[in-house]
Design a protein around this ligand. Structure first.
Ligand code: AMP
Ligand code: ZN
Length: 104
C-alpha cells in the first residue's frame, strides 16, 4: 500500500470502483478513459511501482491468469495486452498494471 497511489485507493474500495473480476492476488476494473470498446486494467493488490520494481515472478503468472479471467468475464475472445513501464513510455500511474483492450 502506497498512500498517494490512486490504484491502492481503488483496491481499498475508497472510490467504490466496481471490479470486473477479483481474487486474492489482483483486481480488474474498467479504465476510466477507455482506448477501446472494452478496456480493463489488471492490477496486483500489492503495490509494485512498475515492471522495473517487480521481484515476485509468480505474481506475473497470477496477473496473466487474471487477464484471461477478465477477458472471459467481458466476453472477449480476442484482445490486446499492454504494460507501460516508465513515464517516457506513457506510464501515468506508478502501480504495475496490464491493459486489456478488445471489442466485443
Ligand atoms: P498507464 O498510462 O499505463 O499508467 O495507464 C494508466 C491508466 O489508468 C490510464 O489508461 C487511465 O485512463 C487509467 N486510470 C487513471 N485513473 C483511473 C481511475 N480512477 N479509474 C480507472 N482507470 C483509471
Ligand atoms: Zn499502489
Amino acid at each position: 500500500m502506497s498512500e498517494d497511489c490512486i490504484f491502492c485507493k481503488i483496491i481499498n474500495g475508497e472510490f467504490g470502483t466496481e471490479f470486473v473480476y477479483e481474487n486474492e492476488h489482483l483486481v480488474v476494473f474498467n479504465d476510466i478513459n477507455p482506448k477501446a470498446p472494452v478496456h480493463m486494467l489488471v492490477v496486483p493488490r500489492v503495490h509494485v511501482a512498475s515492471l522495473n520494481e517487480l521481484e515476485d515472478k509468480n505474481l506475473m503468472g497470477e496477473l496473466l491468469m487474471g487477464v484471461k479471467k477478465a477477458a472471459e468475464k467481458a466476453g472477449l475472445k480476442s484482445y490486446r495486452t499492454q504494460i507501460n513501464t516508465g513515464k517516457e513510455a506513457g506510464q501515468e500511474v506508478s502501480h504495475l498494471h496490464i491493459h486489456v483492450m478488445g471489442r466485443k
